[in-house]
Design a protein around this ligand. Structure first.
Ligand code: ADP
Ligand code: MG
Length: 633
């Protein structure tokens, strides 16, 4: 509980104690106005901020809110008490105080629950680095990660969290990445491995040279993203704020009509107008109509849903995307690193005029600045030091390959499309796999065949998606038709488009978007390398294996922290459960409201029932919302 909540709790308790004393001494109070004054003490203790907020609302011309409803209703109840007292009836002010008191109990509960679930999201992602160890004169000193400069050496001991992104300088260990990915499989690291902040060092001491500042490190980026997620409002939340804008004034006018029309009618027809009775009913009506339970449960359910997702390593950037995930009917996949591992291995080298070693050397050098998985595998296959200083005029052509100069000699590496663009005759290959054609000094110099593995869970993931009601699965790739068909066939994807440039992927997604129904959504899943435009064009852009890929974290709406395509169905399941809870709560709380409103209008429900129903419904709704936190466990 924070200070504000403790304060409110204290006020509630002291007001309740006051009321108890007043009830015990009821007989000893000599006159109705003294009793009124005495009851005003707990009333003001517990409700003064509501009165103040209502007054502020009136002054700012935003009259109709819950504070206003509560103020008018309790003032009305006090007025009824005074009227009764001066007309020889019962002087009862308890009701007004009790309504205020219970309303505040509800408020306290609500702010506690919202605070809890908001914190829960970042708690679940318990990755905030607290300190970094720096070696000074042979001793380890703890410093704030913010103060560590890029390129510094930090020491991470077993059991400690890695505070900053970097590269292992010495030592080896296993890392627990569960906080980032939701997976408990440990990752082995040793000299030269890249490590990400937020992981926990399990076994050995690691000395790490930092590559990023604290703000730029993975852990901070992810926390930012998670903490801002709730500010992107879902459609249901927008609906509710619109709803409250019309609902509250309507209710107020209805209450006014209820207070005035029947007495006027009774008076005109010559009967007793029963002014206090109708005023009381109008006040009851106001209390019942207070929309707190309805208003609170929606953002709360979404908080909980976002939390459930992030604990599984699925970061959703806003409630709107969580909502949209439930309606995904068409899923479009990128091939490389999405369906396949993206760990290419060189499997053959053909038709080369040079030595294979020499060809690989050219390939590794020309690719030295590319972050494409192909580039990484070529450098891996070359295995020797790549001297970036030998390379000039590099141009990476998305979906085609790379051109540039190595030692001043023009070199091109890429697919058949690139060779056609450069007007260089090339030799086709019948090997299965992705072909990197090489041209050196304007002449064809052979090709390198590299092959990629399909992820073990890809086929299951597609089957799961079909089970979850996804109608259509499509694979887009810049790779050749043959490789694409082979992969799609193995995993069971419905539709394949190959040989695409990033721009073609965008236009294909646009065509697919026109084919999806009105309440259906299209999601694109990619690795964030050269498919950022498509990620942002789809209804939902899902970036996969985004650990460490900044571009993907920026461009995507949903980030899957590990490479597992099964997480897509999981995200859909969580979002559906969350939405179901939202709808349940909406129907339940609105239903109870309507019933109470009718009972209140005909005079069956009194103010006690009204406030208890309201607070009760709210508490039940909040508890139901919290259920979303445990979605898909
Ligand atoms: P995908 O659609 O499978 O993710 P990309 O659009 O990233 O593939 O790339 C499409 C094709 O372009 C690759 O299959 C490869 O033939 C070629 N290509 C792209 N980048 C490179 C590169 N850096 N080096 C060599 N070839 C490349
Ligand atoms: Mg790609």
């Amino acid at each position: 509980m924070n200070k504000k909540q403790k304060n409110l709790l204290l006020r509630i308790l002291s007001a309740a104690a006051c009321v108890a004393v007043l009830l015990l001494c009821d007989r000893m109070i000599p006159a109705w106005y003294i009793k009124l004054l005495l009851y005003m003490i707990p009333y003001l203790i517990v409700g003064h901020d509501i009165l103040k907020k209502a007054w502020k609302g009136i002054r700012n011309r935003q009259v109709f809110d819950e504070n206003f409803l509560m103020t008018v209703a309790t003032f009305g109840a006090i007025a009824v008490g005074i009227y009764n007292a001066t007309h020889g009836g019962d002087d009862d002010y308890l009701e007004a105080v009790a309504v205020m008191l219970l309303y505040q109990v509800g408020e306290l509960f609500q702010s506690y629950a919202v605070g809890r679930s908001r914190r829960n999201i970042s708690d679940l992602m318990d990755i905030r680095p607290d300190y970094a160890n720096i070696e000074e004169d042979g001793e380890l000193v703890r410093v704030d990660p913010d103060e560590v400069e890029v390129g510094s050496l930090i020491v991470v001991q077993p059991g400690e969290r890695i505070p900053l992104d970097g590269v292992v300088e010495s030592g080896s260990s296993t890392l627990n990445t569960a906080a980032l990915t939701g997976e408990s499989l440990p990752r082995e690291v040793s000299e030269g491995s890249e490590v990400l902040s937020g992981c926990i060092n399990q076994s050995g001491v690691l000395t790490i040279r930092t590559t990023k500042e604290a703000d730029e490190s993975t852990a901070s980026k992810i926390l930012d993203l998670v903490e801002n997620a709730a500010s992107r409002k879902s459609k249901s939340e927008n609906f509710i704020s619109k709803f409250a804008r019309y609902y509250t004034p309507i209710v107020c006018y209805a209450a006014l009509a209820l207070a005035l029309l029947p007495p006027i009618f009774l008076a005109v027809t010559g009967r007793n107008p029963m002014i206090s009775e109708w005023l009381y009913r109008a006040c009851t009506f106001l209390v019942i109509s207070c929309p707190c339970a309805v208003v609170i449960n929606i953002p709360l359910s979404f908080f909980a849903g976002l939390g459930a997702a992030s604990s599984q390593g699925i970061l959703i950037k806003g409630s709107n995307y969580l909502e949209a995930m439930a309606q995904v009917r068409c899923l479009v996949f990128d091939k490389t690193s999405t369906i396949t591992r993206g760990n290419f291995e060189v499997s053959a080298i053909h038709h080369t005029l040079l030595e294979e070693e020499k060809l690989l050397e050219y390939a590794a050098h020309i690719e030295c600045h590319s972050s494409h998985p192909i580039s990484l595998s070529l450098q891996h296959a070359y295995g020797k030091h790549v001297d970036a200083g030998r390379v000039t005029d590099i141009q990476e052509i998305s979906g085609r390959g790379v051109t540039g100069k190595v030692d001043g000699v023009p070199v091109a590496a890429g697919n058949a499309g690139l060779m056609k663009d450069l007007d260089i005759p090339y030799k086709d290959c019948h090997h299965p796999g992705t072909i990197v054609h090489m041209a050196i000094d304007g002449k064809y110099a052979g090709h390198i065949v590299i092959s990629d593995e399909i992820k073990p869970s890809s086929a299951d993931a597609i089957a799961e998606l079909k089970k979850a009601g996804v109608r259509k699965t499509v694979m887009l790739t810049g790779d050749s038709e043959k490789t694409a068909q082979a992969v799609a066939g193995q995993v069971g994807i419905d539709e394949v488009h190959a040989g695409l440039l990033p721009a073609d992927k965008v236009s294909l997604v646009e065509t697919l978007l026109t084919q999806t129904g009105r309440n259906e959504k299209l999601a694109f899943v990619g690795d964030g390398i050269n498919d950022a435009p498509v990620l942002s064009r789809a209804d939902i852009g899902i970036a996969m294996g985004a650990l460490g890929s900044d571009a993907a974290i920026e461009a995507a709406d949903v980030v899957l922290m590990d490479d597992d395509p099964l997480k897509i169905t999981k995200a859909i399941r969580i979002s559906r459960k969350c939405l179901r809870i939202v709808h349940e709560n909406l129907i339940f709380s609105l239903g109870i409201k309507v019933i109470c409103l009718i009972l209140g209008a005909v005079g069956i429900a009194n103010m006690w029932i009204a406030i208890i129903a309201d607070v009760g419904v709210m508490i039940l709704a909040v508890l139901n919302a919290i259920r979303a936190l445990f979605a898909d466990r």
